[in-house]
Design a protein around this ligand. Sequence first.
Ligand code: NAD
Length: 317
Amino acid sequence: QPKIGKLVLIGAGNVGSAVLNSLMQLNVVNEIVVIDYNKDKALGEVLDASHTTAFVYSSNVVVRVGDYSDCADAQIIIMTAGPSIKPGDKRDRMVLLDKNVTVMCETMEKITSYTREAIIINVSNPLDILTYVAQTKFDYPKEKLFGTGTLLDTARFNRMIADICHVDAKNVTGFVLGEHGTTSFVPWNTVNIVGVPFEEFKTQFSLTENINKEKILNDIKEAGMDILQLKGYTSSGIALSVCRLVDAIIHNEHCVLPVSILLNGQYGIHDVSLSLPCVITSGGIERVLELPLDENGKKDLQICVDKLKNIIKDLNL
Ligand code: NAD
């Protein structure tokens, strides 16, 4: 039986450590177990994070190093293991494919020898391919395993639109969907600010020029790589994306967030993982929503599906 509030964090690198620190501040889980094959790194992060609990405004989260047997009664497992792109590398998450498919398979073998009940959130890249591998090769319950997908891209999108229109980013309803990568897309016909449709932004928000859709989408696609070039890695945005999902699971929120899931017939598509807006509950994915895509959206989705399916085919799973 999963222990409510027990979370296992796999990978204590740049992303894992940021997730750890953000989760401790979020104060919604009571036990965080860290696993990394670099045991010194895991212990270092754990000690450092655990000392913060002595401060008045910190919660008393138990944080410790563990091993895969800790997955047996975990409520949530976060997968951040495996290398990231380094500054100067090709700006494409697919360069991580071979290495991280191996890491994902090793990790899933160990996890599934202990549990099929925990909700697993994959963060490692290439996000949609690794989520697909974890989901299909290990036959994990499909509602209980998903990837952060375009949640981070969507946060970036909402921030950019908010800055242009001078409103709170939380008032922007708009999604980046598809691949967490080069074929992500925005279904522009569904973008709005508290109900004001995208076509009316210019007049309603007194913009002096038209919003350049191509530039925005391109900036979102490049954002991760730009940050990586500038500071060496990305961490804050992805850490808060994970926190958002953990909060939604713990509180059984039924909130709608875009995450990467295995499609089983949405838009007539099967057998590929990519992001669509999903209802997130304590049981995982309760429902996948099909936004009304216009012709452009349908075309963009197909490009994304074709790309991901080709990569999956070449993996020979
Ligand atoms: P990193 O190199 O700093 O850390 C990776 C960690 O994984 C290291 O501590 C390493 O020891 C550990 N590790 C490697 N293989 C392992 C295994 N088999 N078992 C246990 N631990 C293992 O990398 P990072 O910057 O923390 O990035 C981690 C992953 O997250 C990468 O795949 C990266 O591309 C991805 N990422 C995803 C997003 C997103 O939006 N989804 C954002 C940023 C990074």
